[in-house]
Design a protein around this ligand. Sequence first.
Ligand code: NA7
Length: 892
Amino acid sequence: MPDAAVAARSSETTNSGTTQQVDVAVVGAGFAGLYLLHKLRKAGFSVVVIEEAGDVGGTWYWNRYPGARCDIQTIDYSYTFDPELDRAWTWSEKYATQPEILRYFGFVADRYDLRRDIRFGTKVKAANWDDSSERWQLVTDNGASISCRHYIMATGCLSTPKPPEIDGVKDFKGAVYFTGRWPHDGVDLAGKRVAVIGTGSSGIQSIPLIAEQAPHLTVFQRTPNFALPAHNGAPPDDRKTYFETDRAAYREQARWSLAGVPYPQETAVSWQLSDAERRERFEKAWAAGDLVHILTQLWADQAVDFDGNALIGKLIHEKIRAVVKDGETAAALSPHDHPFGAKRPCLDTNYYATYNRPNVTLVNLRQEPIKAITASGIVTDKRSVDVDVIVFATGFDAMTGAIMAVHPITGRAGKSLSNVWAQGPQTYLGLTVAGFPNLFMITGPGSPSVLSNMAVSIEQHVDWVVDRLAALREAGFTTMEATETAQAGWAQHMADCSTLTLHRLANTWYTGANVPGKVQGLMPYTGGVGPYRSICNEVVGRGMLGFRLTGPNVAEQCNDGEVVRLQPDVRLVLGMLAEMNLPQIESLGSQGARDFLTEFNKGRPAGRPVGEVGSGALQGADGPLPYRLYRPATPGPHPIVVYFHGGGWVLGDELSDDPFCRDLCRRSGMIVVSVGYRHAPEHRFPAAAEDGYAATRWIAEHATELGGKPGPVLVAGWSAGANIATVTCQLARDRSGPQIAGQLLVCPVTDCRFDRQSYTDNAVGYFLTRALMFWFWDIYCSPADRTDPRASPLRGNLANLPPAFVATCEFDPLRDEGIEYAEALATAGVQVEQLQARGHIHSSLVMVDVVITGVSARVKMAEALRGFAGLPRKLEASGEDAAPIAVNAAAG
Ligand code: NA7
């Protein structure tokens, strides 16, 4: 049996000389460390926990400032691994105070007899991986050094206070306190003039209580934060009842939710709700006093869409104005520089009302930055404030601080973690780092961590890690290490996820912006707790994908690869579709397939409002055709885009791509006319193509009547509709008009061959299947007709066609024929812009408000259309495009 496996089977901790030998060493005895210790022991590992503090509790051991409380309901901020434990503890309040939370950790430590394996008052000074023994060697500042097979950082995300970065702190003659390192015996502020610097959660929780004790309090605010009343008290009945009725279901729902708290996914989008309905939802959320509620339950687009989000900011500004009597103070307290939720909002008790007290002054550092701290107080650009006490509520070097800055970690071949992370944290799953075998981070950067209920995320990580260690041991492996490929893939997935939400638009500790000099980038995973859990499970299910496993007597195992190559929201959509167990469309017959599509489309979000939507009839190749017209809200006349819907020449109609047409109209500022061309099998080739041409001609001739700009029109289409659009361009060139200024082709069908690689790579599993395309072709076109350029435009003459924008998607059977068409156009001298959308499927780009990661492609399409029409490519600067402001400039 290999030595590690032997060692791992022993649960005895031994001291060899001055070195303590264990299977696993854990740093930190907070929420994560305690559960790790319990679970590792149960799995038969010997464990030591190293903890700097004098007792258990982690962040709750240190953060003892007045008003320190949990801001996730404590019913949700609890261990769930042991139902007996869950039942044995009842929280006294909806949001427990720090002393009660600390008592809870003491209770847990006692219940499982954890303290005997924790070395309190001890810090790790260095951790080095030793390749020959395949163990981590830890040097501590107190007692024996440690040799361990596995090293786990349970150091918390917010545990290393950030230095104040303000000159003169040492000169100050009064008392200085940090909220994150508050004296255990408390601080008597009676009779003391106090300054608080910082208005994050710690400042906002402590300021009202300090104001009650101190004769005068001056608050130095750099960035106003959104704060909501906690309405603390007994746990609310609705949640308590759900919880008490079925605890297991409650916990399970939390585990698969987006934020780690059992709330359903909101589906109504902001523009579907009236002002009154939105206000009602907002008031309900405001009264609920629950961060996760207000962050997730108002409307579906609140966290992902700039405009949907801005509505909330305005409603909160009203609330602030209603409480704070002085207008200037109210304005200074109202956040305007970041979307609601992009920076961690706070829960408060009487925070805004505190500024009505005569003994409280707000100093707005945006208008008068701090110049220095002197012996007697704080000097700004405009005033000098004498104080007896300064409280720094200035936050933490979040997420990486406690892992990287606290002690040097040296991995394989002498690699230092600080060097590897010099340009920002690189991880696989936020759990491991390539080059650092057997090193794990609980809720590390790259995992949902601080964007979730930490309790749920910690338990998921602990379970995953300990279960993996046990499985490795069973299989005889002694090392486990992420591969570079897997890690790079995770970085890409993280970047993709970061485009989903608005977090990228704020400078926050989520991005490292609060620490001068720290490399900036969104550190937590924004794809959600449930999706993240399923990815971690998938890694295991696919044979530890992205990990190299080695052991002395077993063959090395490495299933290398990237666990998520789809865009995160596309992955979710495909997952939901798989769960729906939909029939194969080609098995339904053409009418059955049409009925199915109509039903299916009812479930999608309503398209966004545009200036006007109308309908009418135009002249097709063989009679009238219906059309739908989308007009922008801006004054016309606007250029006209003739649009052809997708559906394989068999399905769909002028309404079926409604959300996409609205999106094109809004983003391009042009009229979009969606044409209801004839379909097969009733009307086979070349009916659709000839209708496309005739409709375009009719629209160009009737541009003025339609309220459009006379002159050249543009054509656009998706899938078979893109086929019709580009065939129309060829016919218009050959039949002397109409004039077409440009063509937008989204995932076009361009050729009848099925042997391109994308037909094999993406034959099944990505919604449009190879079999479905066969079916479409069979219905539309006889084999003899298929090579006609009106069916396979790639085979036509491509010279002298209008400029084109061709979008293709990576996981689309039609990908390669689209790319080939773009290349052939370019070869023929046509101006072409290509967009190869990574991680997307055939329908991604037209799934407006469902596939959020398609937004940037849709923006580019609209810009291309505007360019073709001779307009400035950008319609107008939206807040979404704005770069986040630099927060660190104003003070310090
Ligand atoms: P936060 O949320 O990072 O808040 C720190 C506050 O201190 C914030 O208002 C900062 O302004 C301010 N700050 C930081 N440095 C300075 C300097 N140099 N000058 C003036 N003001 C400064 O930390 P918290 O401890 O309140 O909360 C951390 C998390 O714990 C919280 O989000 C919950 O998850 C629990 P800035 O916004 O950077 O302009």
